[in-house]
Design a protein around this ligand. Structure first.
Ligand code: BG6
Length: 657
């Protein structure tokens, strides 16, 4: 099953009755035997067919070097091992629908640089157009490396594909260039004989329902847009966290890195959707004008500002308890230079120099081999004045946050504070949530259905325009230049399955802010303390904790200080040190510490020092106390562990007295 499949499709997409089918056309696929075609394009066509959204006047013409017949092509496209039967995304496989779709598949062999091939192709396309009454429309899909795009466009033009009845459209896959210069050249080569309105540049993030919903959410709801500006929003964070490593893709990845692979394209698309001005209408160019304008307003960094605002990372190997390499680091991956300075992690702070966003920092973070898979956008509002709560027990107001959970969890959540029922004024963080699964019929889509469908209708909303791609490269280029002139000296600088390098925390903490780590119950349940815990308890903990990191050697708790918080170790090791400097104990992933001082309201009895880089969850004393009161079973567990650890004899009445 495709790992790009999304779990939820909107009801609208499935209500066949309401939607017209795709427009008639012959779809010519370059790179027809490649992975993308098998894993994503064919399953997407199949999903459209099953949902009655694919026109009956439709045919596919695959092309490539293999000397195969139509039947052999169909066989390979539908096979169990490496075709539709293996890669489809639906619960049940519909044999007749597959057979019907395959009967529309054809193949023409030939090399990409051979003009004869294009003449044969033209003949074949004309025949298919006639046979399937596709109104002369032709959709070319370039499912191959961008270095061929210019050449194919040229040959297609020379073979006479521009003339005749119907429309011609070209979908080109990413990456669109590898830097600003190559993107400019590519645009020039493609647009030499084709018009911009014929070119559909894919960014598969735009095919995601949750990304498309950013626009629907912003512009169909009256309550948020008036707040969407520097007066009300303190900062915005985009987080694309991947738990997968580079795997077998080292050959490609080593000359790319996360800035090119994720940020310059997918993340900038989300940034543009979230921050663009209100378009005049939902017409494709109306939206694309605003997106391009937004990216053109992002501040371009000079060589002094790059290191101040952008940090990079590369993952190292993980080790077993015996010190053996458990999983290889990036540099040990297949087809990767053993001294590679390619980044697998990036954290950046950008500024949008326009009226709406002046002074609002926009933080972006993405990496591979991290602690969880999750894409989230966090809009953090300005805090209300604390002053009004003076004389009450409310010490720290939390900022309201609007969180867009893009994937794999799909939801929109609003975090705010509520009064805890009772005679005194105490606040608790709570949330309101819209969850896709509860509201829309679950189905699995690849994300490519909507792109093929809308391209046949000439709707370019979900595709990148040339100027937008160029604007995105203009932002990335100085960063790439600085990095190639100043290779990282500290790589590898983060451990697999961690939250990334410590420098990412420093980047945001120097602004007095924190990354908002989205913790889901399944992440907490990985910690032994919460295994099988009551969902209500998990939810209270999630609402209360915040993330922090400590560098090796850093003192987290100082002996003698009064206790204000307790800690959970997500990743890393800490040492418990007594007054004489002796290490009493080492604690690691899943352990917690700092609870005794809070429980007993006594000064810290030992110093706690990070032995390695640590990713920590922190619970404030007031939240911890409240959670213990609300969840007596949890209180008992904590007490039991504390008692065993420190030989404490404490009764429930003494707790947090
Ligand atoms: C691709 C990148 O464009 O996007 C991959 O080349 C990355 O490296 C993938 O893993 C992420 O896509 P998704 O849909 O899984 O978030």
């Amino acid at each position: 099953m495709s790992d790009r499949a999304q779990v939820v499709g909107s009801i609208g997409m499935e209500s066949q009755g309401d939607n017209p089918t795709s427009e008639p056309c012959v779809m010519v696929i370059f790179g027809a035997s490649g992975d993308l075609t098998k894993r994503l394009l064919v399953p997407a066509l199949y999903n459209l067919a099953c949902d009655d959204l694919l026109s009956k006047n439709f045919a596919v013409l695959g092309t490539g070097r293999s000397e195969i017949t139509d039947d052999e092509f169909r066989e390979s496209m539908s096979s169990e091992e490496n075709g539709l039967r293996g890669f489809h995304t639906r619960n049940e496989f519909d044999e007749p629908a597959c057979d019907e779709l395959m009967s529309r598949f054809h193949f023409v062999p030939g090399g990409l640089d051979d003009p004869e091939n294009y003449k044969n192709m033209k003949k074949k396309v004309d025949e298919l157009n006639e046979k399937f009454q596709a109104k002369g429309n032709v959709l070319f899909y370039f499912a191959m490396a961008p270095r061929f795009f210019g050449m194919i466009c040229d040959h297609l033009y020379k073979a006479g594909f521009q003339s005749g009845e119907g429309w011609r459209r070209i979908i080109v896959e990413k990456p669109f260039g590898t830097d600003l210069e190559s993107a400019l050249e590519l645009n020039k080569a493609i647009l030499a004989n084709w018009r911009e309105d014929q070119i559909f540049r894919v960014d598969h993030y735009l095919g995601k329902e949750t990304v498309q919903n950013l626009l629907a959410f912003r512009f169909s709801n009256g309550m948020f847009e008036p707040l969407w500006n520097k007066d009300n929003i303190d900062n915005i964070q985009f987080n694309v966290c991947e738990s997968v490593d580079v795997g077998e893709r080292g050959g490609y990845y080593d000359s790319s890195g996360v800035l090119r692979d994720m940020m310059q394209n997918h993340m900038f698309q989300m940034l543009a959707y979230l921050c663009m001005e209100v378009p005049g209408s939902f017409e494709p160019d109306s939206i694309r004008n605003e997106k391009a304008k937004l990216l053109e307003s992002v501040r371009i960094y000079d060589e002094d500002s790059v290191p101040e605002n952008i940090v990079r990372g590369q993952y190292g190997p993980s080790f077993t308890d015996d010190g053996e390499v458990d999983q290889p680091g990036y540099r040990q991956s297949t087809d990767v230079n053993p001294e590679s300075s390619t980044e697998t992690f990036v954290a950046a702070k950008f500024q949008i120099d326009n009226w709406r966003w002046e002074g609002v920092p926009i933080y972006l973070r993405s990496g591979k081999a991290l602690w969880k898979r999750g894409t989230e956008i966090v809009v953090e509002f300005k805090k209300p004045p604390q002053q009004i709560f003076k004389g009450t027990s409310v010490e720290n107001l939390t900022a309201n946050r609007l969180v867009f959970h893009v994937q794999p969890y799909q939801a929109i959540e609003l975090l705010f504070q509520a009064k805890i029922p009772g005679p005194t004024l105490q606040l608790q963080n709570v949330d309101m949530e819209f969850n896709y699964g509860d509201n829309f019929k679950a189905s699995r889509y690849t994300g490519y259905e909507v792109m093929i469908y809308s391209c046949t209708h000439g709707d370019a909303t979900l595709f990148s325009r040339g100027d937008l791609v160029e604007a995105a490269w203009r932002i990335a280029q100085p960063i790439m230049d600085y990095w190639s002139e100043n290779p990282a000296k500290d790589f590898p600088n983060y451990t697999r399955n961690s939250w990334g390098p410590k420098s990412a925390n420093d980047l945001i903490e120097k602004d007095g802010r924190r990354w908002f780590e989205v913790v889901t119950p399944d992440v907490l349940e990985q910690l032994p303390l919460f295994e099988g815990a009551d969902p209500l308890l998990l939810n209270s903990i999630i609402m209360a904790l915040h993330a922090d990191a400590a560098e090796a050697g850093e003192v987290i708790i100082q002996q003698g200080d009064m206790a204000k918080e307790m800690y959970l170790i997500c990743r890393g090791e800490v040492e418990v040190v007594d007054a004489g400097g002796n290490v009493l104990k080492t604690l690691k992933d899943g352990d917690f510490f700092g609870e005794v001082g809070i429980l007993m309201s006594t000064p810290r009895t030992a110093t706690i020092r990070a032995k390695t880089l640590c990713d920590l969850f922190v619970l404030q004393k007031s939240d911890f106390g409240r959670i213990l009161q609300d969840h007596p079973q949890f209180a008992e567990n904590i007490m039991k562990i504390a008692k065993e650890r420190y030989d404490l004899a404490v009764s429930a009445d003494e707790l947090m007295a």
